[in-house]
Each structure stands twice: as C-alpha cells, then as structure tokens.
Design a protein around this ligand. Structure first.
Ligand code: ZN
Length: 300
C-alpha cells in the first residue's frame, strides 16, 4: 500500500469517526432531555407535565404509570405506634359489636382536644366483652383483665344497647365512650382535662367540666375519694382530674362497682337537619378521641 492510499484511508476513517461523534452527541442530548423530564417529579407529575409529542404519547397514559402503582402516595400518614411498639388502629365509627345495639355513625371531629387519659388507652365495650355482663353473647367469656381487652383496634360504644333514653340513641343507649387505661390496674392511671375548663359539677361518680364556650365533658368512674379537683376549680388542658377507677354509686348511695375504665361524655350543639334548632346534647366523641389519640402518639 502506498503512502497516498494510506493517507486517503486515514481521511475516510477520520470522517467516519467525526460522523459517529456527532451521532453520539445527538443521542446523548436526546436521552439527557428524557431524563430531565422524568426526574422532574413523581409519575403523576410526569403525566401532566409532559408535553404531548412523539416521545410522550398523551393518548396512552399507561406508558407513564409508576412501576408500582399500588404503592401508597408519599404524603399518606405513616402508621403510628404507642410506646410498646403496637400500631394504633380503630374500627369505623358506628361499627359496634354484634348484639350490642345500633350505634350512631357520627363522623364529626367536634373539637381539638387533649386525649383525656394519660398513657395508653383502649376504647371498647365494658358490657359486651370479656368481664362484661353480656360478654358471652359474643363468645367473650372471662374477666375484665383479659389481655384482649387491652389491644387495638378500638371499637365505638356510643349508643351501645342500654335501658336508658338518649336523644341520639333510638330505644335507649350508652351516651358516652368507655376508655380502658393502659392496663387493668385500679387507681393507677390519670384522667386529665381535655381543654381549659371549669369544674361545674361533682356528684356520685361524675365530674363535669365546662369550657368557656359551653362544651361539657363528663368524667365518670374516677376514684371519687381522691380527686385532684373540687367544684368551681379552673383547670388547664392536661391538668389531672383524678385516677381511673371503678366507682359507681346508685342514686340511693349504694356502691355497685363497675369495670376499671373512664366513661367519657361530651355535650355539643348538634343539628340533625339543617332546619332544626340546635340540640345541646351528648354527641359521639369517637372520632374526636381518635384524632386526639393519634396526635398524642405523634407527640403533636
Ligand atoms: Zn360507659
């Protein structure tokens, strides 16, 4: 091969190399552009932000689906756990135990309250579960200290079947919610003020608080011989009211102890129909308490 031909070949090779470099540069730009677009947000952003064109068929959004479409969105609240590591869960409002009454599915969170007991708490039936008079109806035979009474999920007990009348419970029902403390120990767990309030009544096994704007809270079954408050006291949110016990006195003063729990009631102005006069009555505080407990576990 002559030097001339070698030079010619070198020339051709150089031109091919240059062409390859230019091609590679175009490909590089193309992919860089795609990557910038994809990195611009999550998959749903990519669908809406993408300009329609050959590279991003707007008529075929399936192409832009995330690889794991069932994954929870990033802003979904994470599970919250108590200090034992147990994940807090609760059954829907109005979802009562079988045989225990109709319930009342009120989905209102009435007020931003502090959860009314210190420590862990378990909302469930005192009458239709272990240790309750009608526990056997649901195959829950045993004492009130059974471990299953101290587990999540919570269960609503508002309008649980009783002989008493109540405005929102047709045929009579339980006009509050029952809260078991962290464990089955009497006189060991504090009940605390849900809001800044005044102690407006102390009688039998009741302590009643009232806020400035009228909301009433009843705390029942505290140890009435060792309350932290007296009639007329002003309390701040979080102040101790007393210890959770099983005090229950009939109107003639006879003591008939109940299970160890706080029965918690809340009175609000409630309207069943837009045209009705507001009814100042006991309302179902279930979701108000769920929200308060969730905040408590998150230290908010
Ligand atoms: Zn109760």
């Amino acid at each position: 091969m002559t030097d001339h031909r070698r030079a010619q070949r070198g020339n051709v090779a150089g031109k091919m190399l240059l062409a390859l470099i230019i091609l590679a540069a175009f490909w590089g730009l193309f992919y860089w552009d795609l990557n910038i677009r994809d990195a611009g947000g999550d998959a749903s952003d990519a669908v809406t932000d993408e300009e329609p064109g050959e590279d991003a068929p707007a008529d075929d959004p399936d192409d832009d689906e995330p690889e794991t479409p069932d994954e929870a969105p990033d802003d979904a609240p994470a599970d919250v756990t108590d200090e034992t590591g147990a994940v807090f869960s609760y059954l829907p409002v109005g979802d009562l135990l079988p045989e225990s009454g109709p319930g009342f599915a009120d989905d209102t969170v009435y007020r931003d309250i502090l959860f009314p007991t210190a420590g862990r708490a378990y909302l469930n039936s005192q009458v239709y579960r272990y240790g309750g008079y009608y526990g056997a109806l649901n195959g829950m035979e045993g004492g009130q200290c059974e471990a299953q009474n101290y587990e999540y999920p919570w269960q609503d007990t508002f309008c649980e079947k009783r002989s008493r009348d109540q405005d929102l419970c047709p045929g009579g029902g339980h006009e509050g919610l029952d809260i078991r403390p962290a464990d089955c120990t009497k006189n060991a767990h504090l009940a605390v003020a849900a809001e800044d309030a005044r102690v407006v009544d102390v009688r039998r096994h009741w302590v009643t608080l009232q806020t400035n704007d009228g909301t009433l809270y009843n705390y029942l079954h505290l140890n009435m011989g060792a309350l932290n408050v007296s009639l007329g006291d002003y309390v701040s949110k979080g102040d101790p009211i007393g210890v959770i016990s099983n005090d229950f006195y009939k109107s003639d003063g006879t003591s008939v102890p109940t299970t160890i729990h706080l029965h918690f009631e809340m009175y609000e102005n409630y309207v069943t129909d837009g045209d009705d006069e507001p009814l100042f009555t006991k309302v179902n505080p279930y979701l108000t308490l769920v929200a308060a407990y969730d905040r408590k576990l998150r230290d908010e």
